[in-house]
Design a binder for this molecule. Structure first.
Ligand code: PMV
Length: 307
């Protein structure tokens, strides 16, 4: 049974969402596939699993409650630790294929098991990535109730409502720094900042305010306002300590030709999300810096079964 799952970008609110503030995310047209067949022993890409390298897939297998051994084959058109939700995409694909084999396929169930998997591997997580790549389209994750709610997920006293938002189509460029930031380490770095610093929670709340103010501009396609909010969100992410010298250099180089640009995902390297004003000038800049980039648009389907 084969599943195809998109990647995602977080438009606003990464890190703050772990503390219950709203985040806005969008599934994008880069994909991973996970193909699962019954087998005599548990295998991942022809080898016995090693928790060091296959922590997400192995935990997803355990949490899906599938009792029989299987062979899991994974392919991805985007790299891990790039801030595009590769672990979520592969986790969701694994859960989707296992639930399909056992006749239990449902997007809500996939999103729940995939979130439990990320939470247990990372030690702390929000359902943003897993719910976005499961559902597809534009997504809001919020502690408060949301319109068009898809599902509600609760963990350790924090409750997240996951809903759809009807984003106007956006043309985006994702520039990859090539530096792998570990989401788990960055989430715990922010946690130390927030618990040790008197102003830590203020920064988290201000990011939440930015996400709330971005909803209407995203629905209206108001690129000027979206861009300004991206720049403000990025400054706050830098204060939380998840910036990186190279992503800052990328952002500074493309900003003159953009409505806005920011880190997307956990940071510490990873990817930069650019809302282009002059697309060709940005591409020229990135190429002159030797930076790999993707032009992306929205995926509307989320996880799908291919056979
Ligand atoms: O780097 P990514 O794509 O895994 O995004 C992580 C998003 C965080 O808000 C930093 C963590 C989370 O679980 O929400």
């Amino acid at each position: 049974m084969k599943s195809r799952t998109p990647a995602k970008v977080i438009l606003f609110g990464e890190h703050a969402v772990v503390y219950g503030e709203p985040a806005l995310a969008m599934a994008i047209n880069l994909y991973s596939t996970v193909d699962i067949e019954k087998s005599d022993e548990l295998l991942i890409d022809n080898s016995p699993p090693d928790r060091k390298y296959h922590s997400f897939i192995l935990t997803a297998y355990e949490k899906s409650g599938f009792a029989l051994p299987v062979h899991i084959r994974v392919r991805s058109s985007f790299s891990p630790s790039s801030g595009l939700g590769s672990s979520a995409s592969v986790t969701v694909g694994t859960v989707s294929s296992l639930l399909a084999i056992s006749g239990r396929w449902s997007k809500e169930e996939i999103a729940r098991i995939a979130f439990e998997t990320e939470y247990s591997v990372q030690g702390r997580a929000s359902p943003t990535d897993t719910s976005t790549v499961t559902s597809g389209g534009g997504i809001i994750i919020s502690r408060n109730d949301v319109e068009s709610r898809l599902w509600r997920i609760e963990k350790n006293g924090i409750e997240w409502n996951v809903g759809r938002i009807d984003i106007k189509p956006l043309e985006l460029i994702v520039a990859s720094s090539g530096i792998r930031g570990s989401t788990a380490l960055l989430v715990s770095k922010v946690n130390s900042f927030v618990s040790r610093n008197r102003f830590g929670m203020d920064v988290i709340r201000e990011i939440g305010e930015i996400s709330r103010s971005a909803i209407t501009p995203l629905m209206d396609g108001d690129l000027e306002t979206i861009g300004e909010l991206m720049v403000r969100n990025n400054k706050l992410l830098n204060i939380l300590g998840v910036g990186h010298e190279l992503t800052t250099r990328i952002i500074d180089s493309v900003l003159p030709y953009s409505y806005g640009a920011k880190i997307t995902g956990a940071g510490g390297g990873g990817s930069v999300l650019i809302l282009p004003r002059e697309r060709d000038a940005i591409i020229e800049k990135l190429e002159s810096m030797g930076i790999k980039y993707f032009r992306v648009s929205m995926d509307r389907e989320g996880v799908t079964l291919l056979k």
